[in-house]
Design a protein. Structure first.
Length: 349
């Protein structure tokens, strides 16, 4: 199985994961020039095409094509803002949306018929140019809408096409000071992980023309029960397991990043992935200690979504876990700890 790693360096790494139970292996098999591609995503219809955000310097979005163990840059376009930390490929694979974390706007780029080249900019959505503290982070398509969590505004913006252009049509209010980071809209509900409050919430997604605040069904801490004294944590990534015959029950997986500056404030067992069940209600099942410091790039992969890859930005290397007990627990399968290769920030399978 091929695993690509977006990096806080000039490369995109290619790893080979060979699942074989306790003898599973993970190895580095290639490095491609990646221009500091911190977030990478595969095209949903053409899995030989890779897209990335370039956060350093003037923000940009780049396309690559895969060939054997390497990827090669095809096209690049400005993001029309600073620090695009994420991208989403929407509109049936025809459009790339990149929120500019430091510029309070979101750029939309139209892809050509070959899906590899950027042919035009659809539009630039600005939420509120007067509020420099806004930080739009992620983009997720939900029906005809695109949801944008805003870490500083404590809102999830709702965008919809109007005359062919994305327009802000409303928002879903989040708890004040919580810092919404990653989201999963699922079956009429919105699950949000909050970086500042280290919580996960469950809300009913209200209709766009609805009035009043959205119904809050749950607001639960993501932190493990025992954390080092005076440590600082940021709840970060959030994923839902895809239902399959092997894994019929969906689970939420979320990462806790210990970002403390002092070694005494970190846990030698590493940061945790918290696993929540959705039924009969949202609740925590367990924390899985990874041995990694500052978890990044938590990503589900495999034919049934049975594998979880993650990296330690501040130490520990890269690990691949297997979902066991129907997805309610994780078991370590493979570990790669190559020197100087611990700057992986995102993965694609």
């Amino acid at each position: 199985i091929t695993l690509l790693g977006g990096m806080y360096t000039a490369f995109i790494n290619t790893y080979s994961f060979v699942p074989n139970g306790p003898l599973s292996t993970l190895s580095l098999v290639g490095q491609s020039p990646g221009l500091s591609s911190t977030w990478i995503s595969l095209h949903p219809k053409n899995r030989s095409l890779l897209f990335s955000t370039i956060e350093t310097g003037p923000g940009s979005v780049t396309s690559f094509i895969g060939s054997d163990r390497l990827v090669r840059q095809i096209d690049r376009t400005p993001s029309f803002g600073n620090s695009p930390a994420y991208l989403a490929i929407v509109n049936n694979g025809k459009e790339v949306i990149a929120p500019n974390y430091s510029s309070t706007n979101v750029a939309s780029h139209i892809l050509g018929e070959d899906q590899a080249y950027f042919v035009s900019r659809s539009n630039l959505v600005t939420f509120n140019a007067c509020q420099a503290s806004l930080h739009p982070y992620k983009a997720v398509q939900y029906g005809n809408e695109v949801f944008i969590p805003d870490l500083r505004a404590d809102k999830v913006w709702r965008l919809e096409k109007d005359g062919g252009k994305w327009t802000v049509k409303g928002f879903i209010q989040q708890p004040l000071g919580s810092g919404p980071h990653h989201i999963v809209p699922l079956k009429g509900k919105l699950y949000t992980i909050h970086e500042m409050s280290n919580t996960v919430t469950e809300q009913v997604i209200p209709p766009l023309d609805g009035r009043g605040p959205p119904k809050l069904l749950a607001n639960i801490s993501t932190l493990p029960p025992t954390v080092p004294a005076s440590s600082l944590h940021n709840a970060a990534e959030l994923f839902v397991s895809p239902p399959s015959t092997c894994y019929p029950m969906p689970y939420l997986y979320m990462s806790n990043q210990n970002v403390s500056p002092l070694p005494a404030q970190t846990d030698p067992l590493g940061d945790t992935i918290a696993i929540f069940t959705l039924e009969p209600k949202l609740h925590l099942i367990r924390h899985v200690h990874t041995g990694l410091q500052q978890l990044h790039g938590v990503s589900l992969g495999g034919e049934y979504g049975q594998y979880v890859a993650t990296a330690g930005l501040a130490g520990g290397g890269i690990m691949v876990f297997e979902c066991v007990d129907g997805g309610a627990d994780l078991k370590l399968l493979a570990h790669y700890a190559g020197v100087g290769l611990e700057k992986v920030s995102s993965f694609v399978w």
